[in-house]
Design a protein around this ligand. Sequence first.
Ligand code: BGC
Length: 754
Amino acid sequence: MFLAVAVALFISCGQQEQKSEMDTFISDLMPQMTIQEKIGQLNLVTPGGGILTGSVVSTDVEDKIKTGRVGGIFGIYGPGNLRQAQQMAVDESRLGIPMIFGADVIHGYKTTFPIPLGISASWDLELIEKTARIAAQEATADGIFWNFSPMVDIARDPRWGRVAEGAGEDPFLGSRVSEAMVRGYQQDDLARENTMMATVKHMALYGASEAGRDYNTVDMSRNRMFNDYLSPYKAAVDAGVGCVMTSFNDVDGIPASGNRWLLTELLREQWGFDGFVVSDYTSVNEMIDHGMGDLKAVSALALKAGLDMDMVGEGFLTTLEKSLEEGKVTEADIDLACRRVLEAKYKLGLFDDPYRYFDASRPEKDILTTENRQAAREVAARTFVLLKNDNQILPLEKSGTVALVGPLADSQNNMLGTWAPTGEHHLAVKVIDGFKNVGGDEVEILYAKGANIVDDPDYAAKINVFGPKVDIDERSPEAMIDEALAVSARADVIVAVVGEASEMSGESGNRTNLDVHEEQKKLIRALAETGKPLVLVLMAGRPLTIEEEVELADAILLTWHPGVEAGNAIADALFGDYNPSGKLTMTFPRNVGQIPLYYAHRNTGRPQAGDEFEKFKTNYLDSPNSPLFPFGYGLSCTTFEYSDVSLSTAAISTDETLEAKVTVTNTGDYDGEEVVQLYIRDVITSITRPVKELKGFQKVFLKAGESKEVSFTLSEEDLKFYNYDLNFVAEPGEFIVFIGTSSDEVKEARFFLE
Ligand code: BGC
C-alpha cells in the first residue's frame, strides 16, 4: 500500500511539474503575442482536402499562416505536405508558433473499419479500442495528430443519417465506447509520435434533432439530458479527452456554440474539462440564422460562452478585435481561449519539435499493413448481426452453387461507409471477391446484379455527391430481375446483397422512409418466390424497416457498411469461418411511425403488456408497440441457454456490493461468442425512470456444449441517476436485475438497496 501511495504521489507530482512547466512556457510566450496573433491561434482552416460540409471554404491560407492568423488546419494529409505547411508557420510567421493538424478519422484512417454504429454492435470494448489505436497509428504516420472523433451522440431516431457515426441509443454502452475510443487514440501520452488528440463530439444532444432532420432544433428536459444524453460526453472528459467539438443544434434555447451554461458551467466547472473547445464547421456563423445576431455578435457570444477555436467560419478572425474595442469581449477572454489552444500544442509536444509527426518513412511502415487489414477483417466479422437464421441455413457449405445477386454484391464504392474521407474505395474487397477468396474452389458463384440500389436518377444524384455510389443500369428493372432469376434457377442457395448505398446515411443523409428501396424489394420478392433458400446480406448505416424482408428471407445477416475488408469478412461469417456475435445497439422499428422507439423507455401510467391491443392503453391502432428487433438482439449459428439469475445477497447497504450470476451454456453445434447483458430497474423512484437500463455486459466465448458462469458486481454507484434537482443519487428500495441475451429476453431477480 505504501508503495502504491508513493507511486501515485510520484505520478501526480510529475504531472504537477509538467503542468507548471507548461504554464511557465505559455506565460512567457503570450506577452510576446499581439492581439491579432492571439486571435489567429483561434482560427481553424481547411484548404479543401476534407469534406466540405458548410457554405464557407478557407481562402488565402498561405498568407494567413505566414501572418500568424492560423492556429490549425484540417483536411491536408501526408508528412511531406504537412511539414511544408508547418514550416510556413514555424519559419515564416513572426513567433513561429506551430500549427495543429486535424482530420475526421472516424472509423479508421486508410485501413477503414466498419461504420461506428457497426463497431458498437461488437460490444467488444477491447476490439473497439484497438480500432482507434490502429487509426491513430496510421493517421499519425501520415502527419495527422488531432482527430475529430469519437462521435458519441446518443441517437434514438433512425431517420437521422448520422446514427451511422455513433454507438447507438444507450448511454451506458455509449459511455463505455466513448472511453475506449479516447484511450485508443490518446493512450496516456499525447506527445508520443503515434498518439493523437481525440475530440469528443458533438456537444451536445445533436442526436435528438427533431424529426431526424440534420441540424434541426433540439429541445429536451434537463432530466432527460442528464440521464440519457450527456454521459458519453462526460465519459470522454473523464477519460482525459483533449478537445470537445460543439454541435449545430440548440441546447435549451441557445445554440451549443454560444451556450455558456453548456461550455463553461457544465463542461468545465462541473465536469472539470481542461482541454479546448472547437466549433463545428461554421457553427459559430450559423448562429446568425439561429437568430442570435450578426457575425460580430455571434462570435463574441461564442467566445464568451467558452468556445476556443472557430472552425472555418472566421468569425473570430474577422470580428473579435472590433468586439474588444467595443468592450463586448475582454482581452482576458481572448487570452483564455488562446492559452487553451497553446496548451494543446504543448501537450502534443509541438513546442519541443513541431515536426515530430512528419517522418516520411512512416506511411510505408505503418499504413495498411497486413496486420491492420487482418484486424479490419476480424473486427468487421464481429460487428455483423444475425437477424434471422431459420433451419440453420447458415453457415453455408463450402460447396455447391451460390447465386450471388443484388446491387451491393459487386459494388466497391459502398463498402467503406459514410465519413471515410481518408479511406480508398479501390482497396475495398467486394462481396463477390470475398466469396471467391473464402468459398474456395468447390463453390460455384453465379452473379447477377438484379436491381439498382435506386432507380430514380435524381435520388441517385444526391447520394453520389462524393463520387459514384449508385450506378443505374441501362437495362430495365424487369430484365435485371429476369437475369437474377435465371442464375438463381441454377443455384442451391441465393445470397442477395441489398440495402443502402453508403451515402444514404451519414451527415445530411436523413430519410423519412426506412424501407429497402422498392426496386430492391421487387427483386427480393421474386427471389423468395423461387422457393430456394434465400439469405439476405443487408448493408445499412442505420436501422431499416424490414418487416417484409424478415418474412421473405430464410436468413438475414446485417453487415452495416463493413469497411475495407468487407467482402472477406462477410464471406467469413456466411461460410462459418466466424460465427456471428454482434448485437444491435439501436432498436429496429417495424415502421417509421413508431419512431422514436428505444428499449429504455418510461412505463407511462397506462402501459400495455404485450402487443394485444387494449383500448385506453399506450398503443397504436395500426401497429404493435414492440419493435421488429429490440436493442441487444442478435443471433448466433449456435444457441445459448441461460440459467436463472442468482444473487449473492437479497439486500445491500450503500457500501456493499452484490454479485449477480448466471450460467450460460452453448447448446448448439458450433463454438460461438455471446454478449451477456445485465439491466436493472429501479422499482420505486422520486422521478419516473426507464423500465430497464443497461448496467453491464460481457462477451464470452463458449465452445459447443460448454457452460460458463458469468458474474457481474453491482454497487450503489450502478444504481445512481440524476434526480429532480439533478443530483446524482441512488434511492434506497427495491431493484430488479435482469440478465439475458437481449433487452427483451432476460431472466430476473430482485434485491434491495438499504
Ligand atoms: C461535421 C463534423 C466534422 C466537421 C469537420 C462537420 O460538418 O459535423 O462532425 O468533424 O464537419 O469535417
